[in-house]
Design a protein around this ligand. Structure first.
Ligand code: URP
Ligand code: ZN
Ligand code: ZN
Ligand code: ZN
Length: 466
């Protein structure tokens, strides 16, 4: 088993910052050691990584990705192979992707289909949530089985009627089942029935351009659905995790619930922190690059999101990485914004955008690691194997250069998509060396990993409950 010594860096976890050498034995962290101790260990090391002037951080945990996801008549452009490789370049070493139940199908068939896409192809470790598209008696029973096998979280949609949508009755039943089997219900909280009325009215008035996507998917309809999801979870006695929160009014609903001490958690994504309706309103058809749901909001919403991230009313930043190329995919909606496939690329950019947020004073360095590594690992039952640096944890480690300058661009990114949502943005900070279970997978801009290195992770139930 190969031994690696990472020497001289500032080890940053959610809990502390300390100068220590990190000893890696095979796939695991063996110890954090003072230089004298590491000195004695060094002669037996197969590789010594000099981290002087660098941070040594846990590999990022991105708890919300959609590789190869079928949506709107097309398929998200990153495969598990290209998407996980790009994640590794960006310092992320674990993803939790969403397997999808087909309407009329079983959870097992959905899970098998996602294993067929991912197994043997990933550069980094991966796990699955399950999307419930068709809740019925048999599916509720199957949920128990999946939980016992390590698929412990289930997403439902209050949006997308006729596609992935669940009505309140189905949602309540799934939440009741989760209250009994320990699963964590996840919610796409937008009132899709009302939104579809507004879409139809807008199109009837000849309003077809991408900016209208942001207008019809109103903040109030995100807040209303968030409120309703919280009350349904209270009735069921289950916890609740609200995905991709973008509206200040929705954060207020989470704050009110959390002030009651409820197990209600929120996630936001970099696009809501760094982009806005100004991007949706870009001239020509450029706005299509910024169509996702929940939608980008007016820039004023960002302050509430940052405040939520500091107060833990928002506990996780994940990407909702769901890339569609501008040419050939986003342009399916050139004459009708409602036909633009929903989703933004970002799995490669998350760690760096959040490091920039540290430099800009929005969050502390430890909070960066908490939001991007430790809490997603706890929330989805992967801690302390993932999300921290400690003896016995997987050696998923990033030697991070906090002074490296970069200009984000589709010309240099590794995601399989023909544009960057952050094109031209200057960021300070970048992953230099990335280890996945003790193997160097990215080294100084070069990919040294391989498809199939990544292992499937069975998860425990949520470790973040109060
Ligand atoms: O626009 C988005 N978010 N696309 C991915 C599917 C979802 O709702 O998370
Ligand atoms: Zn969603
Ligand atoms: Zn999503
Ligand atoms: Zn390998």
């Amino acid at each position: 088993m190969a031994r690696t010594l990472i020497r001289g860096g500032l080890v940053v976890t959610a809990a502390e910052e300390t100068y220590a050498d990190v000893l890696v034995d095979g796939e695991r962290v063996a110890a954090l050691a003072a230089p004298e101790v590491a000195e004695a260990w060094a002669p037996g090391a197969d590789r010594v990584v000099d981290a002087t002037g660098m941070y040594v951080i846990p590999g990022g945990v991105d708890a919300h990705t959609h590789m190869e996801m079928p949506f709107g008549g097309t398929v998200a452009s990153d495969t598990f192979e290209t998407g996980t490789r790009a994640a590794a370049f960006g310092g992320t070493t674990t993803i939790v992707d969403f397997a999808i139940q087909q309407v009329g199908g079983t959870l097992r068939a959905g899970l098998d289909a996602w294993h067929a896409k991912a197994d043997g192809n990933c550069a980094i470790d991966y796990a699955f949530h399950m999307i419930l598209a068709d809740v019925n008696d048999a599916v509720l029973k199957e949920m128990d089985q999946l939980v016992s096998e390590g698929v412990t979280s289930f997403k439902m949609f209050m949006a997308y009627p006729g596609v992935l949508y669940s009505d309140d009755g189905r949602i309540l039943r799934a939440m009741q089942q989760a209250a009994n089997n320990g699963a964590l219900p996840m919610m796409h909280a937008e009132n899709g029935i009302a939104i579809d009325v507004l879409i139809e009215q807008a199109l009837a008035n000849g309003r077809t351009d991408p900016r209208v996507h942001g207008e019809v998917r109103k903040a109030l309809l995100e807040a209303e659905a968030t409120h309703r999801a919280i009350q349904l979870a209270r009735v069921a006695g289950s916890p609740l995790y609200v995905v991709h929160v973008s509206a200040a009014e929705a954060v207020a609903e989470l704050t009110a619930a959390r002030d009651l001490g409820l197990n209600v958690f929120g996630e936001t994504c970099p696009q809501y922190l760094f982009l806005s309706t100004d991007d949706l309103a870009r001239p020509g058809f450029e706005g299509a690059k910024y169509v996702c749901s929940t939608p980008l909001r007016p820039v004023e919403h960002q302050a509430a999101l940052w405040r939520g991230l500091r107060s833990d009313d928002l506990s996780v930043v994940s990407t909702d990485h769901c890339p569609f190329c501008f040419v050939g995919q986003k342009d399916l909606g050139r004459d009708d914004f409602s036909k633009i496939p929903n989703g933004l690329p970002g799995v490669e950019n998350r760690m760096d955008l959040l490091h920039q947020a540290v430099l800009d004073g929005h969050i502390t360095r430890r909070r960066w690691i908490e939001l991007a590594c430790a809490t997603p690992a706890r929330m989805f039952g992967l801690y302390p194997r993932k999300g921290t640096i400690a003896p016995g944890a997987d050696a998923d480690l990033v030697v991070y250069d906090p002074a490296a300058e970069q200009t984000v661009s589709a010309a240099t990114h590794h995601m399989n998509v023909d544009y960057s949502a952050y094109e031209g943005r200057r960021l300070t900070g970048r992953a230099r060396t990335v280890l996945s279970r003790g193997t160097v997978v990215v080294d100084d801009g070069k990919y040294t990993g391989h498809a199939g290195h990544g292992s499937y992770l069975k998860r425990d139930t949520c470790q973040y409950l109060v």
